[in-house]
Design a protein. Structure first.
Length: 280
């Protein structure tokens, strides 16, 4: 085999992965939102685009003005788009799909490091610096070959975007172990009484850790999460570990994502894909 043929095969495989990634992203996120991420920054290539106002309950029409579109697609003032937004977000999603392909091929554990967290991204809005929801993209992609998927989110902040994307899906269980949303972002979701949307009662579980939570409390919440996932009996679990994971998750954080994948795969008795995030 010549170097040229090896290079050609590598190019073909890269193009196939790009195509799969695009397909998986489109399965989760709205087309008009993806168009905004890709092309809106070209209108102001030398500046970040931020929302100066939001439509609130009047989100019924989409004016052409760039500020109007920013307010429509960016959920908060913490989030901006620039020419690097789409390439960076796509690269992260591409890594996640590569990991999902490992699970689909029969691997028991896969670990993806260094991608943007994505847990706050909605189907049609960016939030808290999250643009593409990588956990949701992986879960949706794996669901095509497995009857049920679970997503387990661990961190200080509730996985509001992930919950929203799957809220009405009975075939995807979303479980989030996080700090008290009454005291931290995202504030408006992440409470224990959010159990799933119409036709999907029980398909969402929020385990809230109070300000006084310690490792024992976190371990108990994680055990409850694992029990709920085992009862659901998914074909695979996507685990989203938030950036800078600290107390009360010290034990899990210190073990590292690979060890976490092994531990959770054994506890859940199914394949586990861990997304270890640098940003969230």
């Amino acid at each position: 085999m010549t170097a040229r043929s090896v290079s050609k095969r590598g190019d073909e495989e890269a193009a196939e992965l790009d195509s799969l990634c695009q397909y998986a992203i489109q399965g989760v996120h709205e087309a008009s939102y993806l168009e905004f991420l890709r092309f809106a920054p070209l209108e102001k290539p030398d500046a970040e685009i931020r929302a100066t106002l939001h439509p609130g309950c009047d989100r019924m029409r989409l004016p052409a003005h760039i500020e109007a579109r920013a307010g429509f697609y960016l959920a908060d003032a913490l989030t901006a788009v620039s020419p690097s937004t789409w390439p960076d977000a796509f690269a992260g999603a591409r890594n996640v799909i590569a990991g999902a392909l490992q699970i689909a091929a029969g691997e028991r554990q896969a670990v993806i490091r260094g991608v943007g967290g994505g847990r706050h991204a909605y189907a049609g809005r960016a939030a808290h610096g999250s643009y593409l929801n990588h956990a949701a993209i992986a879960a949706s992609f794996l669901r095509e070959s497995l009857p049920r998927i679970a997503v387990l989110s661990l961190g200080q902040h509730h996985a509001n975007g992930t919950q929203s994307i799957f809220l009405a899906r009975a075939d995807v269980l979303t479980v989030s172990v996080h700090g008290d949303p009454a005291q931290r972002y995202p504030f408006y979701t992440g409470y224990a009484d959010e159990h799933g949307g119409e036709g999907a009662a029980g398909a969402n579980l929020n385990l809230v850790l109070g300000a006084e939570a310690d490792e024992t409390t976190a371990d108990a919440a994680l055990a409850e999460a694992c029990e709920a996932i085992r009862r659901f009996s998914p074909g695979a679990v996507v685990v989203d570990i938030e950036a800078g994971l600290t107390a009360p998750f010290d034990r899990l954080a210190l073990s590292g994502p690979a060890a976490a994948a092994r531990k959770l795969s054994g506890a859940l008795n199914c394949p586990v894909m861990v997304i270890a995030c640098e940003t969230s």
